[in-house]
Write a protein that binds this ligand. Sequence first.
Ligand code: CP
Length: 335
Amino acid sequence: MRTTQQKDDPTLQIEPGVPETTSIWQHHHILDIDDFTQEEIEHVFHTTQAMKEVMSRPIKRVPTLRGKTLITLFYEPSTRTRLSFELAAKNLSADVVSLSASVSSVAKGESLVDTLGTLQALGADIVVMRHPQSGAPYIATKYIEASMVNAGDGWHAHPTQALLDLYTIHEHRGSLKGLKAVIIGDIMHSRVARSNIWGLTTMGAEVTLCCPPTLLPAGLGRQHHHFPSVSIEPDIELALDGVDVVMTLRLQLERQQSGLLPSIREYIQLYQLTEARLARAKPDALVFHPGPVNEGIEISPAVAHGPQSVINEQVTNGVAVRMALLYILAGSQKQ
Ligand code: CP
């Protein structure tokens, strides 16, 4: 239920068809989806569906976040995440300001805490941050009243990417329950993989991880209280057998200096998603990649641009999912 204040708040006008932010939503920040319930993820799906309707209009703008300020704070490069958050916020009529660490006072040595204090003093309501250190957004919440959204922190989490991936599966299949998903590639360095493991298992999908043993983080594959249980299958042909969803990951070439792979050529031979390998999955299996894609390394051009690829849909859905999340967060902010 919305509070009386929220009902009276002209900046949170509910559009026809947009679900109200209900009592099932427990988050002032979006830091990961490891603490999201199935009901919360379904609420994101329903709200995203309404946002897609808004995006289909000739004029995509609604006044929902008028008077709210969203700041993007990126300490690492980004194309999709940053642009889609900025478009999402603009579609909701928020004031949007962007800060790249490389051209800000961070380059002169300003600390994260001081930068956050400055954003707070400038009136930020929502801060979307990408940071190379795992856990940085959690620390940030101690120094800012604005809602923090994690746009990727180190190897740890990329919750909004996982939510747009889950939504794209939901859009095609109607439900994730009982689906078989395989995540192939550089799982060790992948925040996308970690957040998708949480999201997929919360929604009832079975997850198999496929990668060289050197790119598998310790502790996966067995049930313990820090991570959900997943299967491990290092043989890509066996891992793809009969799956509904194939997620390939970018081989993070900038992080391969420490001898984790004998050679990129061997990685391509053993782990590239090719048409022949994809034929082992279900005929209507969906192929995902979070981008940016190293075409010809983790995925062949024919698969990346083939009929089963939903890579462009992921990008498009990224705007609608982020509109939904901003809408929900604004509705849940302390009044
Ligand atoms: N998927 C993803 O995070 O892409 P960007 O690095 O371009 O934001």
